[in-house]
Design a protein around this ligand. Structure first.
Ligand code: GLN
Length: 211
């Protein structure tokens, strides 16, 4: 079955993610309601303003259902503000993040908007030429838990992409470049999760089984 991939569309650059997924012939759609969340096989949390998205997740009654879906194995990918929201530890966030990945994230680690930059980076799991990475008031990922794998580091060793099982986090914005390989990686994660046998679940609730 073809995956249906949602993009959380409360604030931020969700349209660019939807367009990129559609360019890959993926059934992609915007997610603002619980009913839409329920039909996702995978979800992208876009870049934007993490404080705003965190507030809107509560206002739209999506925070707990989203946590539950991710904990039950739904693949999720956070870019920039989305990565901030996935982290369990965000010292500079004044409200609760989704808080599912065993990482610490420092917001605005490279400075202000004017300090935005671009770089060519090698990413584990992505073959071929380095990817062109755009950093806009980007966070740095650190203190990775033992089940978290760093996928990409800058020359100075700072981590800007990592994966923990069904969760992917990138400090940069692949949706703003013409390079679709990060999205392809996420689509592979979603396909793998759809093909995987159901795992025993720690929590009852929102789990769906697929034939
Ligand atoms: N600095 C923003 C935040 O803390 C993230 C910026 C982005 O998503 N490009 O939420």
């Amino acid at each position: 079955m073809d995956p249906r991939i949602g993009v959380l569309a409360l604030q931020g650059d969700f349209r660019e993610h939807v367009d990129t997924l559609r360019a890959l012939n993926v059934d992609a759609f915007e997610v603002r309601t619980l009913a839409q969340l329920d039909t996702c096989d995978g979800l992208i949390l876009p870049g934007g303003e993490s404080t705003t998205i965190a507030r809107l997740l509560i206002a739209f009654d999506l925070l707990e259902p989203l946590r539950a879906r991710i904990r039950s194995g739904m693949p999720v990918w956070g870019t920039c503000a989305g990565a901030i929201l996935l982290a369990k530890r965000v010292p500079q966030l004044d409200r609760p993040p989704v808080g599912v990945m065993d990482i610490t994230v420092d917001r605005n680690a490279f400075g202000r908007q004017i300090d935005s930059f671009e770089a060519e980076l090698n990413v584990r799991e992505i073959e071929g030429a380095p990817i062109h990475a755009v950093f806009i008031r980007a966070p740095v990922l650190r203190d990775l838990g033992k089940n978290v794998e760093a996928l990409c580091t800058l020359g100075d060793g700072r981590i800007v992409a990592c994966r923990e099982q069904n969760m992917l986090a990138t400090s940069f914005h692949p949706e703003l470049t013409g390079d679709h390989r990060m999205h392809e990686l996420f689509v592979r994660m979603v396909r793998e999760a759809m093909g995987a046998p159901a795992k025993p679940r720690a929590r009852a609730g929102t789990t769906r089984s697929r034939a």
